[in-house]
Design a protein around this ligand. Structure first.
Ligand code: 6R9
Length: 644
């Protein structure tokens, strides 16, 4: 394996060099109060805090509070604070789905847009603490909506535009949103996404919603329900732009974001105001070595946490110019990303391995016909990056000039937890590398014993950091059970991890029943419950398997009801069904008809065996003697070739 030392230019100029990393890491670990008191000054507080850290992962006095007696407003920190110096600087650079469509929103514009929308929310009955669901494409209004909620202290829940009406309804119901902000249609790669129609379908099941604001994006024909639906531009016209920001306690909720876990329905991950914004701002600055004036492009959708923290909150808290792209990587062609980089002279590009693999497959010419000279730093997020994709990113996209920050983190962690810092750490392709300030990782074995030195096991974090989620919306007990009960006193990430002889961390992937498909996180249980909801399905078991492009693919074992016949039509129907139930991101790659599933005598499905068969690694299935009917395994192996 090649190791890339820190280039001397970076060591000399970066905000964080090796010595500074050691000093800051050390201080954050040994004296968190003084470290975080200082870092929190990057924000403007309406009421200064006196207490810094008040956290415990132990069951008896469990609780997570940061800066608890301080007050601030997140939107004011992302907008108003910058007006004195940067009112005319561009806050959001928006590139539409089709080349040639663009918008430039200055901080002054942003202040006006957000103030007006905040007043419109109030005029439509939204109060501090109320929940607002945002179901929008990647248009500036998505950022306006998030910030308008933050301005008045409403809690936003952004639902990715690719989710189905069913998935949307579940998320609206779970947090009892009173208002939904959507658009007539989204636009991705020239194709229309029927957002408003999806909302209509979802709301047939949601009683809590009394208002829907509809942004006109495509002008497509949509039905407006009298008394419930209002055009966004009409709502804004009716109110003033002057909306003083609400003073929020540091621990007041900022947003809920639903994410998949290993069991049950998606969890509403709750983030609060003070700690989250300190973490978002600090990591955005140090990880990307952000400098004022940089054009920063995080290619994630705001429907995911990466979009929350780096398209919106971290970038705007730092007064950056954040690029927001509505479209996809191959429209009109596979050069699009790099054309956008050239068009706006992007300095920092942050994307997902699955996108890089898709681009890599198309050949270097698409990249090479662009300049990319403006790029200084590249980032990766969402899933482990395979060394081959890393090398391609480094050599072809970055021309060996741009360090790559491979940032490991989770919806739950609020922002980057591990990464190499470009001025401090030599790069090892595929390694999440080193912990961020304040992050104390440990690797434990199945019994929870901490393992020292070069080792491999389950990744836990032993102490709180400001960006940590505070609870699962509506289910604090589930929060504790999910993350703190497996290894008492520690936060369990759900990821496997290796530490090498240099102390570098390598994320090996999920060790629970969560799979990562194209950087999208999904619970196998969710897909299973969608499958069994189909009239012809008796039972289903879903596992991940290695997929060249997606990282992991979705492999579904399906047992049909006794009177049903396995056929290509049923298979196609099941695939459509899941797409309809959850959304296209959950499309099964393989449906393997299985007359029986391998189960223990107590009826537990042996997923380990199903994973092996899906991976086509059947030479070593381990002990199958505990199965109720071991012959099921032979049948599955024999039928794999036919189905997969
Ligand atoms: C930010 C985000 C979290 C899961 C996480 C892990 C995987 C994310 C990674 C990575 C290896 C990286 N993951 N970044 N694995 N290297 N740089 O993606 O949040 O959607 O909640 O997913 O993604 O398995 O546990 P989220």
């Amino acid at each position: 394996m090649t190791i890339y030392p820190v280039p001397s230019k970076w060591a000399a100029k970066a905000k964080i060099d090796a010595a500074r990393y050691e000093a800051m890491y050390g201080e954050a670990a040994s004296d968190p109060d003084s470290f975080w008191r200082r870092e929190a000054q990057r924000l403007e507080w309406m009421t200064p805090f006196t207490k810094v850290k008040n956290t415990s992962f132990d069951e008896t006095d469990f609780g997570i509070k940061w800066f608890e007696d301080g007050a601030l407003n997140v939107a004011a920190n992302c907008i108003d604070r910058h007006l004195a110096e940067r009112a005319d600087a561009v806050a959001i650079l928006w590139e539409g789905d089709s080349p040639g469509e663009e918008r430039r929103i200055t901080y002054r514009d942003l202040h006006e847009e957000v103030g007006r929308l905040a007043n419109a929310l109030k005029a439509n009955g939204v109060r501090k603490g109320d929940r607002v669901t945002i179901y929008l494409p990647m248009i500036p209004e998505a950022a306006f909506a998030m910030l308008a909620c933050a301005r008045i202290g409403a809690i936003h829940s952004v639902v990715f535009g690719g989710f189905s009406p069913d998935a949307l309804a579940g998320r609206i119901q779970d947090c009892d949103s009173s208002l939904v902000i959507t658009a007539d249609e989204g636009l991705r790669g020239g194709k229309k996404v029927p957002l408003k129609t999806n909302v209509d379908e979802a709301l047939a099941r949601c009683t809590s919603v009394s208002r829907v604001l509809v942004v006109k994006r495509t002008g497509g024909d949509v039905r407006m329900k009298d008394g419930r639906d209002i055009w966004y531009h009409d709502a804004l016209r009716a109110v003033s732009a002057d909306c003083p920001p609400e003073a929020m306690d540091a621990e007041d909720p900022l947003f809920i974001l639903y994410t998949s876990g290993s069991t049950g329905k998606p969890k509403g991950v709750l983030h609060t105001s003070g700690g989250y914004l300190v973490w978002a701002s600090m990591t955005h600055e140090y990880v990307f070595d952000y400098r004022p004036g940089d054009i920063f492009w995080c290619a994630a959708d705001v429907g995911w946490v990466t979009g929350h923290t780096y398209v919106v909150y971290g970038a705007l808290a730092n007064g950056a110019t954040t690029l927001m792209y509505e479209g996809v990587l191959n429209y009109p062609d596979f050069s699009r990303f790099w054309q956008i980089v050239d068009k706006y002279q992007v300095d920092i590009f942050y994307g997902a391995p699955t996108a890089l693999r898709a681009l890599m497959r198309e050949g270097d010419e698409w990249v090479k016909k662009t300049s990319r000279k403006s790029l200084r730093l590249l980032g990766s997020v969402g899933e482990p990056i395979n060394p081959e994709a890393w090398e391609w990113y480094y050599r072809v996209v970055g021309e060996e000039r741009c360090p790559i920050v491979d940032t490991w983190w989770q919806t739950e962690t609020g922002g980057t937890m591990m990464t190499p810092l470009p001025g401090a750490h030599a790069l090892k392709p595929g390694a999440a590398s080193m912990p961020m300030f304040g992050v104390k990782p440990v690797i434990v074995d199945a019994e929870g014993c901490e393992l020292g030195g070069a080792t491999e096991g389950n990744l836990c974090i032993t102490d709180s950091w400001p960006g940590q989620m505070r609870t699962v919306w509506g289910d604090h007990e589930r929060f504790f059970q999910t993350y703190f009960s497996a290894y008492p006193g520690k936060y369990f990430t759900g990821d496997g991890c290796r530490r090498d002889e240099d102390g570098y961390y390598w994320i090996t992937g999920r060790v629970d029943d969560v799979i990562n498909v194209s950087g999208h996180r999904m619970g196998t249980a969710e897909i299973e419950s969608a499958l069994v909801a189909h009239a012809k399905v008796a039972e289903a078991a879903v596992v991940g398997y290695p997929h060249d492009l997606k990282g992991q693919g979705i492999y579904a074992y399906v047992t049909l009801n006794a009177n049903e016949v396995e056929s290509a039509e049923v298979r196609a129907d099941l695939v459509q069904w899941v797409r309809h139930e959850i959304g296209p991101i959950a499309t099964p790659d393989v449906i393997h008809f299985s007359p029986g599933l391998p189960k223990t005598r107590s009826g537990k499905i042996m997923r380990r065996i199903l994973r092996k068969i899906a991976e086509n690694d059947v030479s070593n299935l381990g002990d199958i003697s505990t199965l109720a009917d071991p012959s099921v395994v032979e049948t599955l192996i024999a039928s794999r070739a036919v189905d997969a």
